[in-house]
Write a protein that binds this ligand. Structure first.
Ligand code: C2E
Ligand code: CA
Ligand code: CA
Ligand code: CA
Length: 275
């Protein structure tokens, strides 16, 4: 038996391999980190291609684990979702991002990633309301990034959640567009105002016919539905030029800025535009 940090006892034997032990340790540390709030948010600016002005920034979670060092959100978010701590963690992200964005220029939006679990199983409306009230942030400056998987098994409750958030003034962006689920019906059934093209398509630019075709049709689709479109993961000038020629309005990626800590985000966004 092994005593864990939270005081519970975990029994294991030879059938339990290293991976499973690692996973248990990660779960325990994650619960402790949520309680102690030892996470950090960094912000990656988003820009308008036509004139280079910053339109806002996406909040991205960082966890500096005491022993393991940096742990990627791609690794711990799924664990937090499975364990249910995503609700507390997500509420912390919303509070912190709204508070930090208050120091930005009034035209800058903050985009916050929301897990489908938060959307369908928790009280996202209450968490958003608390974050907005606690910070005083104009709700129109908060954009929630959701993925297509949130619409799998859609129900009345989901529609209710959307309309309550929409009534507050919050907006929605569809993240990782093109990677999921192929039905596009939800694009007009739900109040989405922006499509975020997944970076896997951008990474292939220019020169990959399939990715170019996907990007071209997403831009046309967004145009037809009156939605804004942003490309993520833009790393090269050639990618940016291709996207601009295609009519993509907004961009985010290492070419413009890496994710920045809170203070550097204020400085960068206050400068108004890149270069
Ligand atoms: P995402 O929402 O698709 O976020 C974009 C990811 O691409 C981020 O990784 C960002 O650092 C990275 N990125 C930005 N520009 C570039 C670029 O030019 N090239 C490349 N190769 N990558 C770029 P990160 O920060 O590691 O986040 C990974 C994922 O973790 C996010 O993907 C999102 O799904 C999730 N995540 C992060 N923060 C949160 C959060 O607060 N809540 C939830 N639920 N999920 C989060
Ligand atoms: Ca995102
Ligand atoms: Ca994304
Ligand atoms: Ca992604």
């Amino acid at each position: 038996a092994k005593r864990t940090g939270t005081g519970s006892i975990v029994w294991y034997d030879s059938v339990m391999d290293g991976t499973r032990l690692q996973r248990l340790a990660l779960e325990r540390d994650l619960v402790e980190a949520v309680e102690a709030e030892t996470f950090e948010l960094v912000y990656q600016p988003q820009a308008r291609l036509s004139d280079g002005t910053w339109t806002g920034a996406e909040a991205l979670l960082r966890w500096h684990h005491p022993e393991r060092g940096f742990v990627s959100p791609a690794e711990f978010i799924p664990v937090a979702e499975e364990m249910g701590v995503i609700h507390e963690l997500g509420a912390w992200v919303l509070r912190t991002a709204c508070r930090d964005a208050q120091a930005w220029p009034a035209s800058a939006k903050v985009a916050v990633n929301v897990s489908p679990i938060q959307l369908v199983a928790g009280d996202l409306v209450a968490a958003v309301r608390a974050a907005l009230e606690g910070s005083g942030l104009d709700p129109r400056r908060l954009e929630l990034e959701i993925t297509e998987s949130a619409f799998v098994g859609e129900d009345k409750r989901l529609a209710g959640t959307f309309s309550e958030l929409l009534a507050m003034g919050v907006t929605f962006a569809l993240d990782d567009f093109g990677t999921g689920y192929s039905s596009l019906g939800y694009l007009h059934r739900f109040p989405i105002s922006k499509i975020k093209i997944d970076r896997s398509f951008v990474a292939d630019l220019p020169g990959s016919r399939p990715s170019e075709a996907v990007l071209r049709s997403v831009v046309a689709l967004a145009d037809g539905l009156g939605l804004r479109v942003i490309a993520e993961g833009v790393e090269t000038l050639a990618q940016a030029e291709w996207l601009r020629d295609m009519g993509c309005e907004e961009v985010q990626g290492y070419l413009y800025s890496r994710p920045l800590d809170r203070l550097r985000a204020v400085q960068t966004l206050s400068a108004g535009s890149f270069d």
